[in-house]
Design a protein around this ligand. Structure first.
Ligand code: NAP
Ligand code: F7E
Length: 324
């Protein structure tokens, strides 16, 4: 009998990679999708006939319980969230409802429907915020710097609380930034690679950015979904940091992307206060040694390879859409 997995957030970047990964492992894959007036299945359209989509919303307890009863999963990967940090200042209550309380709704549905289901929570390096130590590891205290980060701290602790209160196999993966050609356009990596490609093709003249000095530990999403799966294959639930252990400035990201298309970024990049944040996180860089030792996980794609892969993909995407 093949294992059954339910992915919340299957239409997002990570959800699409995880669904592919689990299908490759022989899983029967279910995805929770919320109702929207326009269908947004572009990231999963190539596998849509291999997965079963179930309507539901992280804001609606009944729909979560119904989804669990319907698909009876062995494993649940909770990837659904309002995941854009900048938006969380403009919509702090909504962000808390989906990204924080949504985790409780799902854990409580597990408790009532089938407490043997294994649960993965998508926690975030944003929980470290104003960092207490460098690099950050599982034991580093949290100091979130955005409503999103605060919501993720709640989601992290409610996962641990349900693990300890009800003996659930509930695990929290503290993932540092991970990117891909499927990254949303609002995030800085994709904004840079897509705009560099547009400038190269004569479709744009400038790239407006916020803080070029921010530093992040950027990995490839395709590598990180494997770590999620490995966590749920462990005998006992636990918490793990998943990161590359390297940090790069936004300016470096810009440099690699523009170099790849043969342009000097200084001629195109404009700093724009609209993209500055009310509070920034400090030096985010993760220590993935526990994931390495206990899960046997390590990142494969380097920072340079990742940025170039994204630029190449955007050049192709723009070229193909021009030919349509
Ligand atoms: P993403 O591309 O923004 O995807 C978010 C997913 O959540 C989408 O499928 C979205 O559905 C769904 N969603 C949002 N609100 C929902 C609701 N009320 N009910 C049901 N589904 C809802 O995010 P991602 O980059 O794949 O990240 C996946 C998870 O990992 C998120 O929880 C994120 O916070 C966390 N995380 C990400 C990173 C990273 O670097 N990518 C790092 C650490 C943690 P729609 O398509 O309908 O909008
Ligand atoms: O910003 C700076 C910005 O929006 C990265 C989410 O997946 O990872 C992601 O959150 C940095 C920040 O990602 C622009 O100020 C400069 O310092 O790509 P981002 P994020 O905020 O790190 C974490 C781990 C998550 O959990 C989140 O869900 O880049 N930056 N100029 C800019 N950022 C954006 N978006 N746009 C700019 O123009």
């Amino acid at each position: 009998m093949s294992k059954r997995a339910l992915i919340t957030g299957i239409t997002g970047q990570d959800g699409s990679y995880l669904a592919e990964f689990l299908l490759g492992k022989g899983y029967e894959v279910f995805g929770l999708v919320r109702r929207t007036s326009t269908i947004n299945f572009s990231r999963i359209e190539h596998i849509q006939d291999q997965v079963t989509l179930i309507p539901g919303d992280m804001l609606d307890q009944t729909s979560l319980q119904t989804a669990l009863a319907q698909c009876q999963p062995d494993e649940i990967y909770n990837l659904a969230a309002q995941s854009f940090v900048q938006t969380s200042w403009g919509q702090p209550v909504f962000t808390g409802d989906v990204t924080a309380l949504g985790v409780t709704r799902l854990l409580d549905a597990i408790r009532h429907v089938d407490p043997t289901i294994r649960f993965y929570q998508a926690s975030s390096s944003e929980m470290f915020g104003k960092v207490r130590e460098v690099p950050q590891r599982e034991t580093t205290p949290f100091y979130p710097r955005s409503p999103y980060g605060v919501a993720k701290v709640y989601g992290h602790w409610i996962t641990i609380n349900y693990r300890e209160s009800y003996n659930l196999h509930a695990t929290s993966g503290i993932l540092f930034n991970h990117e891909s050609p499927r990254r949303g356009m609002e995030f800085v990596t994709r904004k840079v690679t897509h705009t560099a490609a547009r400038i190269k093709l004569g479709m744009a003249k400038e790239l407006r950015l916020g803080n070029l000095d921010s530093q992040r530990d950027w990995g490839f999403a395709g590598d990180y979904v494997e770590a999620m799966w490995l966590m749920l294959q462990q005998e006992s639930p636990d918490d793990y940091v998943v990161a590359t252990g390297e940090t790069h400035r936004v300016e470096e990201l810009v440099q690699v992307a523009f170099d790849h298309v043969g342009l000097d970024w200084h001629d195109y990049v404009v700093q724009d206060p609209r993209f500055m944040r009310p509070a920034e996180v400090d030096l985010l860089v993760g220590d993935p040694s526990k994931a390495g030792e206990q899960l046997g996980w390590e990142p494969r794609v380097t920072f340079g390879e990742l940025v170039r892969m994204m630029v190449e993909s955007d050049l192709k995407l723009l070229h193909d859409s021009n030919c349509d």
